[in-house]
Design a binder for this molecule. Sequence first.
Ligand SMILES: [Zn+2]
Length: 540
Amino acid sequence: MRKFLLAAGAAFLGFPATAQAPEPPKLIVAIAVDQFSADLFDEYQPSFTAGLARLSSGTVFHNGYQSHAVTETCPGHSTILTGDHPARTGIIGNYWIDQSIARPDKNVYCAEDESVPGTSSIADKVSPEHLLVPTLGDLMKARWSDSHNVAVSGKDRAAVMMSGHNVDQRWYWTGTRFATDLTAVTPPAVVAKVNALAAAGLATARPPLEPTPLCQSKARVITVEGGGKSVGAGAFARTAGDQAAFRASPELDGDTLALAAALVDSMQLGRHADPDMLSISLSATDYVGHSYGTEGQEMCLNLTELDREIGDFLNVLDSRKLNYEVVLTADHGGKDIPERQRLAGVTDAARVDSALSASAMGKALVTKLGLPGPGLLGDNSVGDMYVDKRLSASEQQQLLDAAIAAYRAHPQVEAVFTAAQIAATPIATTPPETWSLIQRVRAGYYPGRSGDFFVVLKKDVTPIANTTYSVATHGSAWDYDRRVPILFWRSGASGITVEHSADTTDVMPTLASMIGLPVKPGSIDGHCLAEVPGAHCPPN
Ligand SMILES: [Zn+2]
């Protein structure tokens, strides 16, 4: 972020100092760090010295939960500022299959509008269409005429799910620049400036980062199964123009935060008559986790840089004398590569059997049963599974029964649930760490989008067999993917560590209570967290 501040930030430094910030906050800054598991936060918290250290001096929930089973980016981001589980937000995964839509591509991307002619799930039209509930920013704008709702992210789906339907500015990285789906609004001039700086950065080769002693201690080359490159001792050296290496490095978050800071200034966020909402999703940690795993030198270097970048960003807000509240959490957790986990003593860590993918399983079953077509759609080996509806009703039932039996018989499968079983399960209201597997699945079930049945793999099975593009991932119903930190901070905060669990759906009602935005009891899944200073939780 420094390069931008040097280039353009100085122009905005002339605001007069104001008196000590009054309650309630005039700016809410919600930060999602993509794939920032509670395991990673707990491991690195003692070594943070900048932004993440500051946020750790506020109210810390070590046991936050993205409580649903499909622990992916889109559902996870959809819970944070709506107060609802994916069963209510409608965002059941990054992708789902809808065989009723008109276009040939039946895959649906969570943040697209598939009714736009000429689109596909790959060449999509970015849209909040699928998000069925309002975000906090939407509700603020509905209540107050001078509230602003702004989002910046490394990923379009993260920006869409955190900001929602009534948005002033929404910007996300597209590989070479920040773009927006809000084509009717005029972009502030600073966007072009940040984009020019980001493009210049991307076009320049990057030398390796200098590892700290802590990160050096984690440098060990690990051979990865499944055809992928060895990982463990990288330091983000990059050739000029390498987009994939750029986003799987701290550079992406630096530019994302630079754009967020520039929008704070140019849009005067936190200086309006009514409170403003700024959502920031930092995607690099997820790309680093997928590319290198979570326990090597790469993640250590990434988190060191993330700590510094967030610190620089908060220093900008301080220098503008803004009265702001920060919440930081994650859209899901994550898990290291099985090859390194086994070295660390997780003896059952393994890669998934490629025979469990929907395409391989479907092919085996239609051959056995003498049925036409692929049988099962998509290529998941975990989560929602879809039976081909072009088969007759009796063939569909035959295939469904055979598929459920085949998955249940596989030694890497923990459980299989039918859509009927899931639908008959009430949404749990008990603490998320006590939920059964089917309760976790139920919290992300939405009829018409969810599959015909749902596969839960055994704990410590990584659902990636071919490691050419990605060596590690998340997405399971297990706590390493569900448990995330939830941190609240504002100026003058005194450290409060909360041991009991919280849910990411609790973030929205807690923030709403701080700014006096009423939330009708029972209208959302989340609950106001009374431990957070400044929260004015309604009586239960
Ligand atoms: Zn991911």
